[in-house]
Ligand binder design. Structure first.
Ligand code: GDP
Length: 727
């Protein structure tokens, strides 16, 4: 105490057993914002006045008033337990509209998660999603049951019923944990008696846990009585939120050293016995530097700031780091940690901390900065959603074009769920994102408001995918000079393998033996598992040829041909997914001059394009899950809104006098849904949307949509045939 905060933070920074890196995850409205603000205020890092203010403002005003937390990628707090201080780094303090991506990326940087669940609503769809993301990254959860005051004051349950209601919420979360992470269940299940569950009210700033009750004497009885009397002030003094919750964080969430032992094997598939593998497994501060970027901020003063987790080594100004995917090194200009919500520059930061670094120009979210030139990259951060919609933007004033190009580059760096491309036929800039609202935030807030560039935006269009429903081949691809021939078979890649690629159970970064074993366990034949050469999206290239001369040195070009064919599929130039390409025979010219890029790439590309068309090429459309909560008398109208959009109703539950409808519908049919559902329910419906996946378009729409897309893209308005690509 008394010591300056800077000194206290610096003192803790190089003591990993005194560090906890955590994230908060919750279904929307369950209280994540209120909770993070109050933790920060409670630990004296921001003023109590500011915390909670946002509740009365809309998001634009809110953003200005709360600039500190909103623009901070992380905040740090010092918390005392049993006479010892701890540094608690809280990642991804919530700001305005979140599209799920921030939470996903934050999970990579942290070791523990506080899962917030509303005591009245219980677990909701997003609770499930965020919990899955945490467990997938081997991030340990504790549970905060929020809004307990509502049980007492709104639902008016009696004293005896309270533990029963709360117990139900815990059971439900445990069921989810058991389903998602059966292996961890025994050690990670949430248990109030142990203290991994905390009960409280973020709004009224109090919380209790079984261990806190022993210390403060404030048990469920007292909580009930204080709430009933409306004496929240006293309750928050006797059993403050931040002490009960942060005590649980310190006691039950792992230190960086403990966490890396279990997390590295799931997020990094390199050799654990190599020197860098050992550094990562032990969080070694004294050897290779491994810094993974999970967020990029554009700061008006400092410029681009890369924030992320330092898994190994010690960062210092002036170091030269390799950035994965680039050949050059970047020089570290400054290193900082957070103090409250402010960045504080320091001389060095040891492993196990969250660091903010300037100077890593080439880094994007997901990059690794390392002292090693060749380093097995971390597994890609898996986003639940994929871009489903695209808009074209142009600068209103031609002279703003260079500024727009730069802004788009930065937006894509900051938010990896945004994809920016140039349409080569028209020269338009295309931005793809998760939905109408996401694209609106990108164009209106990130580009126009933040960077002062006026743009014209086209109406949004849907992003499609292409795949195959059957088998074709052998298909022959001939090089323009006819001296090289490639024989391939096209098949659908089995769904369980597609899933394994998506959730990281299979990766080309795995050691070769592990890779083969994984695929064989998933049912792939031995020969094929051995021949897997390249994975592109969820497409796989398998080489089952034997002893072909020059093939090895030609493989790079074959891969390039594969990527070209699948980046823009043959049906409508939409990306392809779930395709297995088996290379069964190859004839190559013996003179390298005659088997260069101009020969090999088009031969492979056309074989795949033609082959896909022969294998039952199918257009897939994005489908979203729709959750609607609406008073029961409007339920029928809400259901009709989904059904009328080629939608499906999956489930209807009632909760008091509300109905909770779970349905799904294609993105293409959901334009204008906001207005229509408001109209249909007198504005009484609350709803949200989540990405479900890409699904085949109904047969009667296939050709029509293919032709529409081709027309829009300026392609020949005809259903393509294999002969368009093959001789
Ligand atoms: P987020 O969407 O998860 O960030 O949720 P917010 O923190 O914005 O909270 C959503 C709403 O719930 C706001 O109106 C809060 O005032 C309210 N709220 C949050 N915590 C509590 C609580 O403990 N009790 C009650 N009654 N309301 C709360």
């Amino acid at each position: 105490r008394g010591k300056k905060m800077v000194e206290r933070v610096k003192f803790l920074m190089d003591k990993p057993d005194r560090i906890r890196n955590i994230g908060i995850c919750a279904h929307i409205d369950h209280g994540k914002t209120t909770l993070s603000d109050n933790l920060l205020a409670g630990s004296g890092m921001i003023s109590m006045d500011l915390a909670g203010k946002q509740l009365f403002m809309d998001f634009d005003e809110e953003e200005q008033a709360r600039g500190i937390t909103i623009n901070a990628a992380n905040v740090s707090m010092v918390h005392e337990v049993g006479g010892e201080e701890y540094l608690i780094n809280l990642i991804d303090t919530p700001g305005h509209v979140d599209f799920g991506g921030d939470v996903t990326r934050a999970m990579r940087a942290v070791d523990g998660a506080v899962v917030v669940v509303d005591a009245v609503e219980g677990t909701m769809p997003q609770t499930e999603t965020v919990l899955r993301q945490a467990l997938r990254e081997n991030v340990k959860p504790i549970l905060f049951i929020n809004k307990v005051d509502r049980l007492i004051n709104e639902l008016k349950i009696d004293k005896k019923e309270m533990p029963i209601r709360l117990g139900k919420v815990i059971d439900h979360v445990n069921k989810l944990v058991k389903g998602m992470a059966p292996k961890q269940y025994e050690t990670w299940k949430l248990d109030a008696a142990q203290g991994t569950v905390v009960f409280g009210s973020a709004l009224y700033k109090w919380a209790v846990s079984i261990p806190s009750m022993k210390r403060t004497g404030v048990g469920f009885n007292e909580v009930y009585d204080y709430c009933k009397e409306g004496n929240m002030k006293e309750l928050s003094t006797k059993s403050p939120l931040h002490s009960a919750l942060l005590d649980a964080v310190v006691h039950h969430l792992p230190t960086p050293v403990e966490a890396q032992k279990v997390r590295i094997p799931v997020i990094w598939k390199g050799d654990k016995e190599s020197p860098v593998g050992k550094d990562l497994m032990t969080c070694n501060p004294n050897n290779n530097i491994v810094f993974m970027v999970t967020k990029i901020l554009t700061d008006p003063h400092a410029g681009e700031v890369a924030v992320g987790r330092l898994f190994a080594g010690t960062l210092e100004r002036g170091q030269e780091l390799f950035v994965t995917g680039t050949a050059n090194t970047n020089r570290v200009q400054s290193v900082a940690v957070s103090m409250g919500a402010e960045r504080m520059e320091v001389e060095k930061i040891p492993s196990g901390n969250i660091a903010a670094v300037t100077g890593l120009r080439d880094a994007i979210v997901g990059s690794t900065g390392s002292t090693l030139r060749e380093m097995t990259p971390f597994e890609a951060i898996k986003h639940v959603s994929e871009p489903v919609m695209t808009v074209a933007v142009e600068a209103k004033n031609m002279k703003d074009l260079p500024k727009l190009v730069e802004a788009l580059r930065q937006v894509a760096k900051e938010d990896p769920t945004v994809k920016v491309e140039i349409n080569e036929e028209t020269g338009e800039h295309l931005i793809s994102g998760m939905g109408e609202l996401h694209l609106e935030v990108v164009t209106k807030s990130r580009i126009t408001r933040d960077r002062g560039i006026d743009v014209l935006t086209s109406p949004p269009i849907v992003v499609y995918r292409e795949t195959v429903s059957g088998t074709a081949g052998p298909v022959e691809g001939k090089s323009p000079n006819k001296h090289n021939r490639f024989y391939i078979i096209i098949e659908p890649l089995p769904q369980n393998i597609v899933d394994a690629i998506k959730n990281g159970d299979f990766s080309m970064n795995m050691m070769e033996l592990e890779r083969r074993k994984t695929l064989e366990e998933l049912g792939m034949e031995k020969d094929e598992a051995k021949g897997v050469t390249h994975v592109y999206g969820t497409n796989m290239l398998i080489d089952v040829t034997k002893g072909i001369q020059y093939l090895k040195e030609t493989m790079e070009l074959i891969i390039e041909g594969m990527e070209e064919a699948l980046k823009n599929g043959p049906l409508a130039r939409e990306p392809a997914q779930g395709i297995k390409i088996k290379l069964i025979d190859v004839k190559l010219h013996e003179d390298a001059v005659h088997r260069g890029p101009a020969q090999v790439i088009p031969a492979v590309r056309s074989a795949i394009q033609g082959g896909v068309l022969m294998a039952g090429a199918t257009l897939l459309e994005p489908v979203q899950k729709v959750f609607i909560s609406v008073p029961q008398n409007h339920m029928g109208n809400a259901v009709r809104e989904i059904q009328g959009r080629r939608g499906t109703i999956l489930d209807i539950k009632s909760e008091g006098d509300m109905s909770i409808i779970e349905g799904s519908a294609p993105v293409a049919e959901l334009f204008g849904f906001a207005g229509d559902i408001r109209g249909a329910t007198e504005g009484r419906a609350m709803w949200n949307i989540e990405f479900q996946g890409f699904e085949a378009l109904p047969t009667n729409l296939q050709n029509e949509i293919v032709l529409n897309i081709r027309k829009r893209k300026g392609l020949k308005v005809e259903i393509p045939r294999p002969s368009d690509y093959l001789e």
